[in-house]
Design a protein around this ligand. Structure first.
Ligand code: NAD
Ligand code: UD1
Length: 338
């Protein structure tokens, strides 16, 4: 199949491109590089030993997007493109709604024009909101979202479900990612945050390499086994393989299906620190500070629907996640800024 990846230069898109190519598919990437770097495309090409058609355009720019669909016969779309910083979305909500929702609407119009009906969407566990019990399963009511970012995912899911009602040929899988971490085992691709990272894994690896002096652990008074926050961390290569499985499913089915991509297992912040230190033989100095506003105490996936429908489950261990994150960081201390 010829698969269009919007946002394919980003963290998850780049790893998914590699897995699709590995499975014998072709990919076309559209990305405006608002949160990524053209070196990521070079690295995908290096790993997969082939040239990738790449278009530096905004997905919401439908005139140029149409040209891409005219030039390439697209069989399916995986839609990663979007702004994703939760805190920033609270500060500049209109920009988040405009970017994430407009780009999806434009993409749907062009897909309809070209009769493309297979769609995979990057949703998030954040759509489960604040009031659901753990583990999160797909039958729970989504909503009660805690940020404009989260609402963009919620609204886009609804838009895609609405399209599936009227277009009987449309097939969409709403993949709800838990906490993607890690990097390609080659050390050539990984997460490349701008400035000081917000998320735990990139922060820890920058402490390990000496760019940041210590990790600040946000709270040790949560009702969890050691008081620190618990999350379902999933290796980005496992996550990428989940997209390959989701597309195989989408090809054979119609309608809209929400599916969690997680491991089904929660680890605490202290678990991560200890495992990162042990797996990589490094020291992570840390200090316990107050809770971060908006953080939940503990959540992880019920990962059984993905096993049932996609015949997919995460295979990599927490050690793999820590080792691969560190290899990427060590080999690329300044990310893609070669
Ligand atoms: P990323 O920022 O690395 O990748 C997103 C890519 O989309 C970037 O390369 C960016 O330049 C591009 N982009 C953004 N708006 C665009 C537009 N209008 N037109 C063209 N390109 C545009 O993020 P990621 O971590 O790879 O996440 C991919 C998707 O998965 C996002 O939709 C994100 O919200 C979702 N998601 C990510 C996580 C996570 O923890 N990383 C968790 C849940 C869901
Ligand atoms: C955050 C987003 C979520 C997004 C996910 C992507 C929020 C509220 N949620 O999730 O929508 O899908 O990133 O991976 O921003 N921690 C520290 N010190 C740090 C950084 C994090 O102690 O410097 C702790 C956090 O309190 C949390 C855990 O580590 O318990 C994981 O945090 P993080 O990696 O930021 O992810 P989430 O907050 O789960």
């Amino acid at each position: 199949m010829n698969i269009l990846l919007t946002g394919g230069a980003g963290y998850i898109g780049s790893h998914t491109a590699i897995e699709f190519i590995e499975k014998g598919h072709s990919v076309v990437i559209v990305d405006n590089l608002v949160n990524s770097n053209h070196f990521a495309i070079k690295r995908i090409e290096e790993i997969s030993r082939q040239k990738i058609p790449f278009y530096n355009i905004d997905v919401a720019d439908i005139a140029n997007l149409d040209k891409v669909f005219c030039k390439h016969k697209i069989d399916a779309v995986v839609h990663f493109a979007g702004l994703k910083a939760v805190g920033e979305s609270v500060q500049i909500p209109v920009k988040y709604y405009r970017n994430n929702i407009d780009s999806t609407l434009g993409l749907l119009e062009i897909m309809e024009k070209h009769n493309v009906v297979n769609f995979i969407f990057s949703s998030s566990a954040t759509v489960y909101g604040n009031n659901n019990d753990i583990p999160y399963n797909e039958n729970m009511l989504a909503g009660n979202c805690s940020s404009p970012y989260a609402w963009t995912k919620f609204f886009i899911e609804q838009i895609l479900k609405d399209v599936a009602v009227v277009n009987q040929n449309f097939s969409v899988v709403l993949l709800r990612y838990f906490n993607p971490v890690g990097a390609h085992p080659s050390g050539k691709t990984g997460e490349n945050p701008n400035g000081i990272p917000n998320n735990l894994f990139p922060y820890i690896s920058q402490v390990a390499i000496g760019k940041l002096s210590e990790l600040k652990i946000f709270g040790n008074d949560y009702p969890t086994k050691d008081g620190t926050g618990v999350r379902d961390y999933i290796h980005v290569v496992d996550l990428a393989k989940g997209h390959v499985a989701a597309l195989e499913y989408a090809e054979k089915h119609k309608g809209a299906e929400a599916i969690n991509l997680g491991t089904g297992r929660g680890y605490s912040v202290l678990d991560i620190v200890k495992t990162f230190e042990k797996a990589n033989n490094v020291k992570i100095p840390y200090q316990i500070v107050g809770r971060r506003a908006g953080d939940l105490s503990e959540y992880y996936a019920d990962a059984s629907k993905a096993v049932l429908l996609l015949n997919w489950k995460a295979e990599k261990t927490l050690e793999d996640m820590c080792r691969d994150t560190w290899r990427w960081q060590r080999q690329n201390p300044n990310g893609y800024d070669e």
